[in-house]
Write a protein that binds this ligand. Structure first.
Ligand code: MN
Length: 243
């Protein structure tokens, strides 16, 4: 039996990332896939990237915030509640070496499990060749449904797709199986979340797992030192509309 750990949208939350990796390590994953958005929102983008990049068993995919970092798009607010002031602060803490590493993050990877193709990506990809200057993801579906996912994933060839971006887990079985992994630690519950896929030659299954982490420590840092940190914490962790 082989095991894949899937995490998404770490968003600079080091406490949640450490907690989720400790849990997945205890579960003896053969590999871990992060489906994008390592940076911005949380207080520790630099440390999170360092930790993700230090592990040979982790594959990092490109998210929209990672793309913004590569392009130094602090001023672009496309599909995001993150102010330019915050992005500028985060990008200033990240190194050129990290930027070069993020530039190499693929948009998607696939794995063959028990004869099925499992696709991993940050979100549904627009059906056109990748160009750094063009936003590569389909519009975010605020009300996920089988119909919505069948539409935005229409050009994907897979039996199941694991993705993030919205930060809220959901599962739908349509033209393929759609599994929104949910964010590791950019949501209102004090739990770091992951999905674990088990497979052998005959079958594969997946389950959701979570572990507690110190969300209060993150709040203190965000209120204290992060540009627009209170606004971001209240929006993403308390679900307050503060725009
Ligand atoms: Mn995203």
């Amino acid at each position: 039996m082989k095991r894949i750990g899937v995490i998404s949208d770490v968003h600079g939350n080091l406490e949640a990332l450490k907690a989720v990796l400790a849990m997945l390590d205890e579960m003896h994953c053969d590999e871990i896939i992060h489906t994008g958005d390592a940076v911005s929102i949380g207080p520790n983008s630099r440390e999170c990237l360092d930790l993700l990049l230090s592990r040979r068993d982790i594959t990092c995919l490109l998210g929209n915030h990672d793309r913004d970092f590569v392009l130094r798009h602090a001023d672009v607010r496309m599909l995001s509640h993150v102010p330019a002031e915050h992005k500028a602060q985060v990008f200033a803490t990240l190194t050129e070496e990290q930027r070069k590493a993020v530039m190499e993050f693929p948009l998607f990877v696939t794995r063959q499990c028990a004869g099925d193709t499992l696709l991993f990506c940050h979100y549904a990809l627009a059906p056109r060749p990748f160009d750094w200057q063009v936003f590569p993801f389909m519009p975010l579906q605020n009300e996920p449904s089988v119909q919505a996912f069948d539409e935005i994933f229409a050009s994907a060839e897979a039996d199941a797709v694991f993705f993030g971006h919205k930060h809220e887990p959901c599962d739908f079985d349509g033209r393929m199986l759609y599994v929104d992994v949910g964010s590791v630690g950019c949501h209102p519950a004090p739990f770091a979340r992951a999905v674990v896929i088990d497979y052998d030659a005959e079958k594969w299954t997946y389950k959701r797992v979570q572990t507690p982490y110190d969300m209060d420590a993150v709040k203190k840092k965000m209120y204290g030192t992060v540009a627009c940190g209170k606004q971001l914490y209240d929006f993403y962790f308390l679900r307050k509309n503060v725009q």
